[in-house]
Design a protein around this ligand. Structure first.
Ligand SMILES: [Zn+2]
Length: 447
């Protein structure tokens, strides 16, 4: 990228950093990441903002989303939708009556969402019409996003053929306590969703006996998958499930553990066996590729692949020592719980991977670290002994890792520290522009 092309991005970074950093400095950094380290534009921008203490999420995305991609608290989102129903009503706002409009939106995938227009002079959505809605926001209601159009909203009427909503869409009634049935893919599942219908293949199945106040009860746990991913499930009732079969579950609900969604269905749930095409067990067993902002929206996922650039090396990378009792990392042979202990050496990598959409912390255990770096625990210990510097290995990892494109696979969780992946496989990759372009061309040819 040349100076002219970089200029608007420098301005944007300066805006997010609120003028704390000189534009010349930002320009120098950006040029360096783009043209020397060959990081992507988005990853570079995010990295610079983070480096100067700003929030990378304040960079504009200007993103259009499908209804299935909506998060529970979008700040500004664009949607191309058909209005399935629309009604006005009076509400009291600050002691005076105000007319608002609410109804249901649907998109081409047949997903639906409730909407509310708070300023009818900005937008008036008529049932049966298609609109491009810009600068909407979402709020959570009963575990699901609802779209709101405030005074920043801009709507544009679009032609009838631009949004073709499938005939099978069930338009929920708008009213108190409703929870729209959602036909979801695995990738759409979010914690606290209710009334979910999902079709997938059972990849694993286990029966468990649990004690309940009314005696012993059988429950079933396992993994169900579709082409968008895998999810663990719990069935609190015997539906006669079998390994490898394709089922449609309806009236299921979603619970989560550290952001990883988990599908549950009990006696109110239903299981049918549809005759539909579904990839084979082998195909479904592979990890699904995800963008990191997609993982941010879902909050976590089982067995996914992420590719990006290593933009930061975290403390605790390299040769570390653990407590033999509790496995905590110890400092100078002292565990914060067990005091002075016979410490056990270990290797670990903790890095920040950015794919241009968002960032994730990737944590690699000894086996993955050894395989990725070619440095074994034994050679790391030898090196530490020779150099008298236990941090020498960490510095070598840093040289090997920083600014390198990488592919990582594993489970993604979210907690107070954000998203992190327990990496089960990692490899360096070539971010080859030509291969990507060829793959894209192939796709176009098939269509
Ligand atoms: Zn301990």
């Amino acid at each position: 990228m040349n100076k002219e092309e970089i200029a608007p991005h420098v301005k944007e970074i300066a805006r997010v950093l609120e003028g704390k950093v000189k534009e010349q400095d930002i320009e120098k950094d950006l040029d360096n990441y783009l043209n020397v380290y060959r990081m992507s534009l988005e990853a570079s921008k995010r990295h610079i903002v983070r480096k100067y203490g700003g929030d990378p999420n304040s960079l504009t995305k200007g993103e259009r989303k499908l209804l299935s991609q909506l998060g529970l608290s979008e700040q500004s989102v664009d949607l191309l939708v058909r209005v399935m129903s629309s009604n006005t009503r009076e509400v009291m706002v600050g002691g005076s009556p105000k007319t608002i409009e609410s109804g249901i939106l649907a998109d081409e995938n047949g997903n639906t969402v409730k909407f509310t227009v708070w300023d009818l002079s900005k937008a008036d959505l008529k049932a049966g019409e298609n609109y491009l809605i810009r600068y909407a926001y979402t709020k959570e209601w009963s575990g699901q996003p609802e779209v709101h159009l405030g005074n920043r909203a801009v709507v544009e009427l679009r032609p009838q053929d631009e949004v073709k909503v499938p005939d099978s869409v069930v338009v929920p009634q708008v009213g108190g306590g409703y929870s729209a049935p959602i036909v979801a893919k695995v990738a759409d599942l979010r914690e606290n969703m209710n009334n979910v219908t999902l079709t997938g293949r059972i990849l694993a199945l286990k029966k468990k006996e649990v004690e309940t106040p009314s005696g012993k009860k059988a429950m079933y746990t396992g993994i169900i998958a579709d082409e968008t991913g895998k999810v663990e499930f719990t069935a609190w009732h015997d539906f006669g499930l079998k390994d490898n079969e394709v089922i449609t579950v309806s009236n299921a609900y979603v619970k989560g553990w550290k952001g990883i969604p988990r599908l549950s269905f009990g006696e109110r749930g239903q299981v049918t066996r549809p005759k539909v095409k579904m990839p084979t067990v082998d195909e479904l067993s592979r990890a699904v590729r995800k963008s990191i902002d997609e993982l941010e929206r879902t909050g976590g996922a089982s067995d996914v692949i992420v590719t990006g650039t290593i933009v930061d090396i975290k403390k605790g990378t390299g040769l570390i020592f653990r407590c033999p009792e509790c496995n905590r990392v110890v400092q100078k042979g002292v565990c914060q719980v067990h005091g002075k202990v016979q410490q056990v050496p270990d290797l670990r990598i903790k890095v920040v991977v950015d794919d241009g959409s968002a960032a994730i912390t990737a944590v690699m255990k000894k086996e993955v670290t050894e395989q990725l770096t070619g440095i074994t625990l034994k050679s790391a210990l030898d090196e530490a002994r020779e150099t008298m510097d236990p941090e020498a290995v960490g510095h070598r990892f840093e040289e090997q890792l920083l600014a390198k494109p990488i592919e990582v696979r594993g489970n993604v969780i979210s907690d107070d520290y954000g998203l992190s992946m327990n990496v089960t496989e990692a490899k360096f990759i070539e971010l080859d522009v030509r291969t990507e372009a060829e793959a894209l061309l192939k796709k176009i040819e098939v269509i």
